[in-house]
Write a protein that binds this ligand. Structure first.
Ligand SMILES: Nc1nc2c(ncn2[C@@H]2O[C@H](COP(=O)(O)OP(=O)(O)OP(=O)(O)O)[C@@H](O)[C@H]2O)c(=O)[nH]1
Ligand SMILES: [Mg+2]
Length: 444
């Protein structure tokens, strides 16, 4: 069983050959363990850097720079040491093995951040932001993670919770001291507007969180259409590389082909799919089923049509199947004579990489999906908790409308409050924490 008392060690820079690698050690024995293998024997001071050699008995392993952080002023809030050694994975392993032989334990993924959270150095939103910053694939998602890292998101959530606490406190005081004169008397006709106001505010936060999720994870975009209209050619043009196979044989793409692009700072997660039509070929049928399934999690659907031929029954089917999605209609092959028009469709020629009309349309649709310094929440866990809080508030509202006793209403308001505090990791269970931190890199 891993204990918080263990002193842990891990490589916290990349597992690649590089000029420098950084090994992190955290825990009450960090200073003494490192000093056992470090030639520099000076008294170590907080945030000071020391030069010397790592030695295994008489053998010099590497020339290093070592930085010391005294608890609680370190990332983990424990005594912490960072060894900057040469970026050779053999040397790194030797140093880590040496530290383990002296009594350290290999850290688990995310264990440094988990300690920072458990020792109240950071809250859960900030911990998640650290991981998101490391994994950010666009400028927008990095900015979003950075704002959370700076504590803006946590302040925002705390503010939200404290507004709800105000309503709750007034109710509680009324329950406990109904005769108390200075307390605003809470009857249903003044509980309800407070709950309604909070619900409106929360709905706005939920909408913004969905926006934050798209900024962070990218826009799941499915390219769909009947066979041979040029879906794979469009994917290749968007990616600016020959990723998907293109031929003039209908049914070329069988399985889903994925790609990522960065447009205006936003990530588009592109899926090229098998052409949709009635097929008797078993493999193609499976591909078509996958194409239709991929629609379910799409935030954007690009429907491709072949402008050089009149629309077919399969084209009309696709228009019908995608009508409730956020979609862009694309008429491809406009380098040839285009023989039909479709309202709001954009014209492109994938073969000539003439796709600016489509790119402009995507930018236009997602123009508000920019991080603009407002603190946003941005992940599924946070969104789930916000929705849970919303359900409790709706329940409280219904109880107030039905004239239920005020104590019952307060139970649901408390649950809503707990959900919001859980976003910050207050009152969390171990399983949840393990689940979150296991997604971190080693050394973080
Ligand atoms: N003239 C012209 N031909 C194109 C264009 N885009 C694609 N094509 C041609 O159309 C044919 C089919 O292209 P693909 O990209 O494989 O079409 P697809 O929709 O992926 O087809 P499936 O994978 O079979 O569903 C190929 O011969 C391409 O060269 C275009 O913009 N102009
Ligand atoms: Mg294809």
């Amino acid at each position: 069983m891993n204990s918080l008392n263990d002193t842990i060690v891990a490589l916290c820079s990349g597992q690649i050959k590089s000029a420098i690698s950084v090994i992190r050690i955290s825990g009450s024995d960090a200073f003494t363990l490192v000093d056992e293998i470090f030639t520099n024997k000076k008294e170590k001071q907080h945030q000071h850097v020391y030069y010397g050699f790592i030695k295994d008995i008489d053998e010099i392993i590497d020339e290093v720079i070592v930085t010391y952080y005294k608890a609680p002023h370190s990332f983990t809030a424990e005594d912490m040491v960072e060894i900057s050694c040469h970026g050779n994975m053999y040397l790194v392993s030797r140093i880590i093995e040496l530290l383990i032989s002296k009594g350290a334990r290999m850290a688990e993924n995310g264990e440094f951040s988990k300690r920072a959270f458990l020792f109240n150095r950071i809250d859960l939103v900030t911990a998640e932001a650290i991981n998101d910053l490391v994994n950010a694939t666009s400028l927008q998602s990095a900015k979003l993670a950075m704002s959370a890292l700076k504590g803006q998101t946590s302040n925002y959530v705390e503010n939200l919770a404290s507004n709800l606490l105000d309503v709750l406190t007034t109710i509680e005081v009324n329950i406990d001291y109904p005769e108390y004169d200075d307390v605003e008397q809470l009857r249903y006709d003044n509980v309800l507007p407070k709950i309604n106001d909070f619900l409106d505010n929360l709905q706005q936060v939920i909408n913004d969180t969905k926006k934050g999720q798209i900024i962070k994870d990218g826009i799941d975009t499915v390219i769909i259409g009947r066979p041979n209209v040029g879906k794979s050619s469009l994917l290749n043009a968007l990616l600016n590389e020959d990723k998907a196979i293109v031929t003039d044989i209908a049914g070329t793409t069988r399985d889903i082909v994925e790609g990522k692009i960065n447009l205006n700072g936003l990530t588009l997660n592109l899926l090229d799919t098998a052409g949709i039509h009635d097929s008797s070929d078993l493999i193609e049928q499976i591909g078509i089923k996958k194409s239709l399934e991929s629609l379910q999690k799409a935030s954007l659907v690009i429907c491709v049509f072949d402008g050089s031929e009149p629309l077919t029954k399969d084209d009309y089917d696709i228009l019908e199947k995608t009508k409730n999605y956020q979609r862009i209609l694309v008429i491809n092959k406009c380098d040839q004579k285009v023989c039909f028009s479709l309202k709001d469709a954009v014209l492109v020629s994938s073969i000539n990489k003439d796709i600016k009309n489509l790119e402009d349309k995507i930018k236009e649709i997602f123009k508000d999906y920019q991080y603009n310094n407002e603190p946003l929440l941005f992940n599924t866990r946070q969104l789930g908790l916000l929705n849970k809080a919303k359900n409790h508030l709706i329940e409280a509202k219904n109880q107030a409308l039905n004239g239920q006793v005020i104590d019952l209403i307060s139970i649901d308001l408390k649950e809503a409050y707990n959900c919001i505090m859980e976003i910050l990791g207050k009152g969390n269970q171990e399983d949840l924490l393990n689940n979150i931190f296991s997604k971190f890199c080693l050394g973080k």
